[in-house]
Design a protein around this ligand. Structure first.
Ligand code: UD2
Ligand code: MN
Length: 355
């Protein structure tokens, strides 16, 4: 019996010890639980809110995008809300617009637009754009035209809810102008900055006069400037692909980009048309009313005289397109400038061969 009581005393001590250990364990668990709970409760909104971040957000910033695809939701709005994909038809479009080149325009208001980031970058704060659009402008010595372009185009592109960047590709030096090669340079340089999957190639002197003409990409390569005032608001011919056009990255690569060997005015747009049709693509266009646009009147530039080789070159697109294009592009960047309205890249594209 004494032995039993002795054992019982031991058992009692062990049990008490066990109870103490359990109480300590429970308290530790409760303390940890409460601490984590209060941390979680503090996480909420502002951390992820980039909605009205000032202009220097990195170009490759926080989008939760898939490889090429369009992100379906965005985490920029903090308050536990996710952004939906932008609608097919942007809700703030105005339709026909008043565009006038007779009065000078001022860019000061645009330069203060907090929604534009350095480099002429914009993405809507209210939804996630379906595409990432690089707008490429071939350029030399057309400051006044560029000013009009920026003045009219930024508000239009914003109403179109595009995630876009503007690239002005300026040919350095005083060699003959090479529009198509500059466009290839623009494609290449834009991709170094952001995961663009759509490219709009636009003359600096063309403005759409209806904002329903969306500057984005379609199932087929798109010709956007279909009814120009300079052609009496008609297409000059069915295969015409000049002015403003858009190609997805995939469409552009399928044709090996644009030709690099058209020096001077003319023919390069027809070569691009040939490339597209040789690769089995067709041209998509907005309807005639929506596709109306205005060109700023100008004289032929001194260093952009009609290219005498253009007709022979156009007749040989099929043989040349696989070797002359983005795959054979050579140039060097001479300088660049970023403002809130554009990224300008100054390039040496080489010399026209002497005839
Ligand atoms: C037509 C086409 C254009 C192109 C060109 C033939 C239209 C509206 N456009 O334009 O897409 O096929 O014929 O090459 O029909 N540029 C400069 N500085 C220069 C020269 C040209 O910036 O010194 C740029 C500028 O963006 C200009 C573009 O190249 O808008 C086309 O040159 P253009 O405007 O002189 O030729 P245009 O109006 O006949
Ligand atoms: Mn022009």
């Amino acid at each position: 019996m004494a032995e039993f009581y002795g054992n019982f005393g031991g058992l009692q001590r062990t049990c008490s010890l066990l109870v103490v250990v359990c109480v300590i364990h429970l308290s530790v668990v409760i303390v940890f639980y409460l601490r984590n709970f209060s941390t979680l409760a503090r996480i909420p909104t502002p951390v992820l809110s980039l909605q009205h971040e000032p202009t220097l957000a990195p170009e490759n910033s926080t989008r939760n995008s898939s490889a090429l695809g369009t992100p379906e939701v965005d985490i920029r709005q903090g308050d536990n809300q996710t952004l939906q994909e932008c609608p097919e038809t942007p809700p703030r479009l105005e339709g026909p617009l008043h565009v006038d080149f007779s009065e000078p325009v001022k860019l000061d208001k645009l330069l203060k637009n907090p929604e534009l980031s350095l480099g002429g970058r914009y993405m809507p704060s209210e939804c996630v754009s379906q595409q990432k659009v690089a707008i490429i402008i071939p350029f030399r010595d057309r400051e006044m035209h560029l000013k009009y372009w920026l003045y009219y185009m930024h508000p239009i592109l914003q109403r179109q809810q595009l995630d876009y960047g503007v690239f002005v590709i300026e040919q350095d030096g005083d060699e003959t102008f090479n529009r198509a090669k500059l466009l290839n340079v623009g494609y290449n340089e834009a991709l170094k900055e952001y995961d663009y999957n759509c490219f709009v190639f636009s003359d600096v002197d063309l403005i759409p006069i209806d904002d329903r003409n969306l500057y984005k990409c379609y199932d087929q390569p798109r010709h956007l400037s279909v009814a120009m005032d300079k052609f009496g608001f008609q297409l000059p011919y069915n295969q015409y692909f000049g002015g403003v056009s858009s190609l997805s990255k995939e469409q552009y690569l399928k044709i090996n980009g644009f030709p690099n060997n058209y020096w001077g005015w003319g023919g390069e747009d027809d070569d691009v048309y040939n490339r597209l049709s040789f690769r089995g693509m067709t041209i998509s266009r907005p309807d005639h009313n929506i596709g109306k646009c205005k060109m700023i009147r100008h004289a032929r530039d001194k260093l952009n005289q009609p290219n005498p080789q253009r007709f022979t070159r156009i007749s040989r697109t099929r043989e040349t397109m696989d070797t002359d294009g983005i795959s054979s592009l050579e140039y060097s960047v001479v300088g660049w400038e970023k403002t809130r309205l554009y990224t300008k890249i100054v390039v040496d594209v080489g010399k026209a061969p002497h005839l």
